[in-house]
Structure formats: structure tokens, C-alpha cells
Write a protein that binds this ligand. Structure first.
Ligand code: FPP
Length: 249
């Protein structure tokens, strides 16, 4: 692949993969086909992140709210994730990809949890892109679990209320060992966060692209990164004088 056009490669890109259903509907196909094509887009996104040297790529694969979808669609999404791990794990491992999974693991049934754990264990020592799969993930649930853990620590006398800081909360999130996302990207033209990384995305740049997820390829990814590279990040401070935009917010 050719050299990246952007000079500012984000450390962590987090993606809300949206529009599988609409992609399928536009073609008169069942929603399942959109999800299937979506897995191909996942493969390409992981490859592109590796080619561009993006250290962390988080994909919102299944939210804690997605259980409310029709049972056959839920089964299909589970099946696709399992097939992805079974078929692609060896190749991802060869490509030096490290897999991490975030989300609530406690109530997962069947063979999904062992597969996710196997993927994490097999690739734990890899040093390439970390592919973080958000599965059974919801930010409010994640923050609630972190706060519950802190409350337990206070109840057990391990920490005092004064020890409760943003850092103490971050350390108890599923992403404790993962840097906050620099860029949250959503496909399909919808412009919301849908309970994704609400704490971690406090200062993330948000980019919404019109393409449905199955059409997300390296060119769309690169275009989003070009937009990101032109953004000025202030983290609540003020702009550097040389690059300050007149009338900028
Ligand atoms: C949103 O499209 C997409 C999802 C809820 C699931 C995304 C899952 C995959 C791409 C496949 C499995 C993942 C991995 C990591 C292998 P939607 O169904 O909400 O689309 P719509 O808004 O057009 O209905």
C-alpha cells in the first residue's frame, strides 16, 4: 500500500459500524447479507489500520442494547463474530494484530466467551495494531460496573472517597490499558454516539461519513483520516497562536 497522505496518524480510532441493514435493504437483500458484507469491511479496516501504523482500532461489534433485535439477527451476528475469530485468528496473529475485547463478559453464554478469550490469549504478545472488539458493550453499563467496583473498594476500606478521581474511574473501565480514542468515526450518516465509549471519547474528534459500513474501504478510511489531520485539537485549552482560526470556537 502507498504511504499515508496524512502526517497526523491518530493513536486510537474507534468506529461505530453502522448501516449494514440499509446497505442490504437498498439491494433488496436480507439484513444478514449486510452484516456478512460488513465482516469483509472489518477485515479491510484492520488491514488498513495496520498499513497506516494506527496503534489501536476499536470496532463496535455488538452493543448491550443489540440483544433487543430479532432473535435470528442476534444469532446471525453471534455466528459472524464466531466465524470471524475461527477463520481469521491465525491470519490476524500472523499479521501481528493484538486482539482485546471490551464489554460485559459475565452473562455471556455458549462458546462465544471461550473464543474471545482464546483470541486475546493467542495474540497477547503481538506488537502491531491492537484490534479492540466492543462486544456486549455499552458505555453506561461499563461506567456503572466501574463505579460499583469503586464503591466496593470504599466499602472494603481499600480507598477513601477522596481517592475517587477521573484516573481512578478510568483504571476500572474495560479500557484501563487502552489510550482514549483520538477519533470516533461513524458510518451511514447518522450523527450520534449510541452509548459508545462515552467516558473515553471526552476529547475525541467526531467524524461522520455517509457510506454504509459494508462500503467502508481503505479510501473512505483515508478520507476520514485526512479530515482528522486538518482538525485542531485543544483539549479544553486555547489554540496555538500560529494556527488559530479567526472566529473559531
Ligand atoms: C450496524 O448496522 C451494525 C451492527 C449492529 C453490527 C456490526 C457487526 C458486524 C459488521 C459483523 C461482526 C463484527 C465483527 C467484528 C466480525 P445496522 O444493522 O444497525 O444497520 P442499519 O442501521 O442500516 O439497520
Amino acid at each position: 500500500m502507498s504511504k499515508p497522505l496524512v502526517s497526523t496518524v491518530p493513536t486510537h480510532v474507534a468506529i461505530i459500524m453502522d448501516g449494514n441493514g440499509r446497505w442490504a435493504a437498498m439491494r433488496g437483500l436480507p439484513r444478514t447479507m449486510g452484516h456478512r458484507k460488513g465482516v469483509e469491511a472489518v477485515r479491510e479496516a484492520v488491514r488498513t489500520a495496520g498499513d497506516l501504523g494506527i496503534p489501536y482500532l476499536t470496532l463496535y461489534a455488538f452493543s448491550s442494547e443489540n440483544w433487543s433485535r430479532p432473535q435470528d439477527e442476534v444469532s446471525d451476528l453471534m455466528g459472524l463474530l464466531k466465524v470471524f475469530i475461527r477463520r481469521d485468528l491465525a491470519e490476524l496473529h500472523r499479521s501481528n494484530v493484538r486482539i482485546r475485547v471490551i464489554g460485559d463478559r459475565v452473562n455471556l453464554r455458549g462458546d462465544i466467551l471461550p473464543l474471545l478469550l482464546e483470541a486475546e490469549e493467542t495474540t497477547a504478545a503481538n506488537t502491531g495494531t491492537t484490534l479492540c472488539i466492543a462486544f456486549n458493550y455499552g458505555a453506561r453499563d461499563e461506567i456503572t460496573r466501574a463505579v460499583r467496583a469503586l464503591a466496593q473498594d470504599v466499602a472494603d476500606g481499600r480507598v477513601t472517597p477522596d481517592d475517587i478521581t477521573p484516573a481512578a474511574i478510568s483504571r476500572r473501565l474495560d479500557t484501563a490499558d487502552i489510550p482514549d480514542p483520538d477519533l470516533v468515526l461513524r458510518t451511514s450518516g447518522e450523527e450520534r454516539l449510541s452509548n459508545f465509549l462515552l467516558w473515553q471519547a471526552a476529547y475525541a474528534e467526531l467524524i461522520f461519513v455517509p457510506e454504509f459500513w459494508p462500503d467502508f474501504d481503505s479510501a473512505v478510511f483515508q478520507r476520514a483520516l485526512d479530515i482528522y489531520a486538518r482538525r485542531e485539537r485543544r483539549f479544553g485549552g486555547v489554540a496555538a497562536p500560529a494556527s488559530r482560526a479567526v472566529g473559531g470556537a
